[in-house]
Design a protein around this ligand. Structure first.
Ligand code: GLC
Length: 399
């Protein structure tokens, strides 16, 4: 079925929009995810920046309205009275965890579109506080890599990158995985979500996508600070970009790819996931390294490339799970990783390959509609329905 992707994406973003207490925000999926989520809202804002900039700004205003005093932005805001997520996430009305920090990037996209300096001036202080919190509080030992205290902070809750850290087997069931994460959340609550204590005692992962995404966002933050002529802030971002890139090389790079690490000794988690491609988004690989990444891994049909898209986990991993049930980050194709790969490939000039990601994404939307994730083996749409991430395909088009 041919689909007007722009029109359908706009429709879904409009249908999923809600208003509470004067705030407007978009639900990723009204049935399955009836809250506001951090990185989801940034994806919505990136697409809305072109379609309806007013709502792109509202979405981010709603997101920063619940920023904590220390600068952290929570990964979930419940908004509606009586809404409670099925677990206790630490705070009343929001979670006490964060998510990949895409907000500076989203603000820059909005700003580039209409040069609304008033909006930039209004939102910039929240961004500054958030990124300062991440680079300072999430790196208690000062090694220039930012840590997450719970798998959900990566946005990829059941990814096998966290198996060894959680102490679970590759063939763990969905229920057992959930139980493990619930135990960890209880521990997070006990250590009061204080990064230093939670990391030391329970879960401390320096994740490749999270750090890559942070670096790209610091690039946006630097440019935004320069727009506002705050040169000291711009310098802070520039320094951290350089320090973080060097630290990623030092602690995460081996055999031509970046691996997430855990614990104080930076043990590498040698599980092949799409995280190998995330540093393309931040320009961390050299051009020569990127050629190898693309040809040896991304386009390799024995590992990552399926007829329908790029797997989130290599087919060769024992944890690979094509029929997602709900172990959704153990193989299925998702639009956000596709979008990060698309941008990363374009950054390096891999035009043919980024076009391929666009075509495969478009194919999934036309075949199965706006679903949460898709089987790499059959292309079947799975998980939540009316899920907004398909709208990211609009940002792979020249509109
Ligand atoms: C799922 C995803 C997470 C996303 C959330 C809301 O939990 O794993 O990345 O933010 O749904 O869409």
């Amino acid at each position: 079925m041919r689909m007007d992707i722009v029109k359908e994406s706009h429709r879904i973003l409009t249908e999923n929009r809600r208003r509470t207490d004067g705030h407007e925000y978009t639900l990723p999926s009204p049935e399955s995810y009836p809250y506001q989520w951090l990185w989801d809202s940034c994806f919505h804002a990136i697409v809305l920046a072109k379609l309806e900039p007013k709502f792109a700004k509202e979405e981010l205003r709603a997101l920063v309205s619940k920023q904590f005093d220390d600068g952290m932005i929570p990964h979930m805001i419940y908004w509606q009275a009586g809404d409670l997520h099925r677990y206790e996430w630490g705070k009343d009305g929001t979670s006490a965890l964060t998510q990949p920090p895409m907000i500076a990037y989203a603000v820059e996209r909005i700003y580039n579109n209409d040069k609304d300096k008033d909006f930039l001036r209004e939102i910039y202080p929240s961004l500054w506080k958030f990124y300062k919190y991440l680079v300072e509080k999430r790196d208690p030992r000062g090694h220039n890599l930012v840590g997450i205290i719970n798998p959900d902070e990566s946005g990829e809750d059941n990814s096998p990158r966290f198996d060894v850290v959680l102490g679970v087997d590759h063939d763990i069931s969905l229920d057992d995985h959930l139980k493990k994460r619930l135990v960890l959340i209880k521990e997070n609550i006990k250590c009061n979500f204080d990064a230093e204590n939670c990391m030391k005692n329970h879960f401390w992962v320096k994740d490749v996508p999270f750090n890559s995404i942070l670096i790209t966002n610091l690039e946006s933050l630097e440019r935004l600070a320069l727009e506002l002529k705050i040169t000291g802030d711009a310098e802070f971002s520039r320094n951290h970009i350089l320090l973080m890139k060097a630290a990623m090389r030092r602690f995460m790079f081996e055999d031509g790819v970046f691996w997430s690490t855990y614990g104080k000794d930076y043990e590498k988690v040698k599980v092949a996931t799409w995280s190998h491609f995330a540093p393309l988004f931040a320009g961390i690989y050299t051009q020569e390294e990127a050629e190898v990444i693309v040809h040896k891994h991304l386009l390799n049909e024995e590992t990552f490339k399926s007829p329908f898209g790029i797997r989130t986990v290599s087919k060769q991993e024992p944890s690979y799970h094509p029929i997602a049930s709900s172990l959704s980050w153990r193989g299925p194709i998702w639009f956000a990783p596709h979008w990060f790969m698309y941008k990363g490939l374009a950054r390096y000039g891999f035009d043919k390959e980024s076009k391929l990601i666009f075509n495969m994404s478009k194919g999934l939307l036309e075949k199965e509609g706006f679903r949460e994730y898709y089987s790499p083996e059959t292309g079947e749409g799975q998980g939540a329905k009316n899920f907004t991430w398909g709208a990211l395909v609009v940002d792979m088009m020249n509109i």
